[in-house]
Ligand binder design. Structure first.
Ligand code: SF4
Length: 280
C-alpha cells in the first residue's frame, strides 16, 4: 500500500508484527487516510520499529511513553489521523500509567498493542501478559503471578472502545483496526502478534485453536454488561470489538480544542502554554 516504506523490516521471519502492521496499513487506506495526514507514534521494543517501516509521519518515542506523545500530536493538530503502536512490555509495564490516563482522557487516536506475551527485543524475559507458569530467562519457574488483563484495565479506566485481534487473520484484523480508527475517541486494540523466537506457548496454533470470534457469538459491543462479562470471565480469549460506547465524545471536542497549534501566531506563547496546561 501507500503506507509501506522502502525500509526492509528486521523482524524475525514469521514474527506476528508483520501481519499486525499490514492490517494497520490496510485499515488506514480503507478509511480514506493517506501518508500525508497520518502520524504513527511508537514506543520501544520490536513493535517500536513500526514507524520506520510505515510511510507516514512518525516518531519513535521513549519506552512506555508513546501514548502521551500521540495524545499531544492529536491535540496539536486534530486533523491528523494518529495511530500509536507498542508492545505488551512497553504498554502494560513501564507505560501502564500512561495507558490508564490516555484511556480516561479519551483522545481520538488509535492504540494498537502487539501483544506477544514476552519481551522480544531484549531476548525473552517475562512481560506483564506472560502466563503465570511460563518459564523464561528471568522467570525459570514462571512469573508466579497472574498476567495483566489489558482489556479489564481499559474497561476499569473508562474505555470507550475495546477490541482484540489476531495478526494472522488478515481480513478480520484489518476490519477490527478500521473500526477502531472510525471510533470517535480512544480506539484500543490488543493484537495477538506471536513472537516465534522467544514464546513457544502463545503460538499461532494456540491462538488459531483458542480464539473465539465475537462475530460468531452474536455479541453486541454496545451492551456494557455483556462486554464486562466477556472481559472478566477469563476462560475464553475473544477476537473482535468487545465494547464500544456509542455516546463517546473525544477529549478535544468536549473541551473545544480544535485550534491547530501550528496556527498560533508568533508571540502568543502565553496562550500556547494555557492550552498545554488545559490538556495536562
Ligand atoms: Fe518478532 Fe519475537 Fe523476533 Fe521480536 S524477537 S522480531 S517479537 S519474533
Amino acid at each position: 500500500t501507500d503506507f509501506k516504506s522502502d525500509k526492509q523490516p528486521t523482524w524475525c521471519p514469521g514474527c506476528g508484527d508483520f501481519g499486525t502492521m499490514n492490517g494497520m496499513m490496510k485499515a488506514l487506506a480503507n478509511t480514506g487516510n493517506d501518508p500525508d495526514n497520518t502520524f504513527v507514534v511508537a514506543g520501544i521494543g520490536c513493535s517500536g520499529k513500526i514507524g520506520t517501516y510505515m510511510h507516514s509521519y512518525a516518531l519513535h518515542g521513549v519506552h512506555g511513553r508513546a501514548l502521551p506523545v500521540g495524545t499531544g500530536v492529536k491535540f496539536a493538530n486534530p486533523d491528523l489521523e494518529v495511530m500509536v503502536a507498542g508492545g505488551d512490555g512497553d504498554g502494560y509495564s513501564i507505560g501502564a500509567g500512561h495507558f490508564v490516563h490516555a484511556v480516561r482522557r479519551n483522545p481520538d487516536i488509535t492504540y494498537v498493542v502487539m501483544d506477544n506475551r514476552i519481551y522480544g527485543l531484549t531476548k525473552g524475559q517475562a512481560s506483564p501478559t506472560s502466563r503465570q507458569d511460563f518459564e523464561t530467562s528471568t522467570t525459570p519457574e514462571g512469573p508466579k503471578q497472574p498476567p495483566v488483563n489489558p482489556l479489564a484495565l481499559a474497561l476499569a479506566s473508562g474505555a470507550t472502545f475495546i477490541a482484540q485481534s489476531f495478526s494472522s487473520d488478515a481480513l478480520r484484523h484489518a476490519e477490527i483496526i478500521e473500526q477502531a480508527i472510525e471510533h470517535d475517541g480512544f480506539g484500543f486494540v490488543n493484537v495477538f502478534s506471536p513472537c516465534v523466537t522467544f514464546n513457544d506457548v502463545d503460538t499461532y496454533d494456540y491462538f488459531r485453536d483458542s480464539l473465539v470470534d465475537l462475530q460468531e457469538e452474536d455479541h453486541d459491543p454496545t451492551d456494557y454488561q455483556s462486554a464486562k462479562e466477556k472481559i472478566l470471565e477469563g476462560d475464553k480469549e475473544y477476537m473482535g470489538v468487545i465494547w464500544q460506547d456509542e455516546e463517546s465524545v473525544p477529549y478535544h471536542e468536549t473541551h473545544g480544542v480544535t485550534e491547530n497549534m501550528a496556527d498560533i501566531p508568533d508571540g502568543a506563547a502565553d496562550g500556547t502554554m494555557d492550552l498545554v496546561r488545559e490538556f495536562y
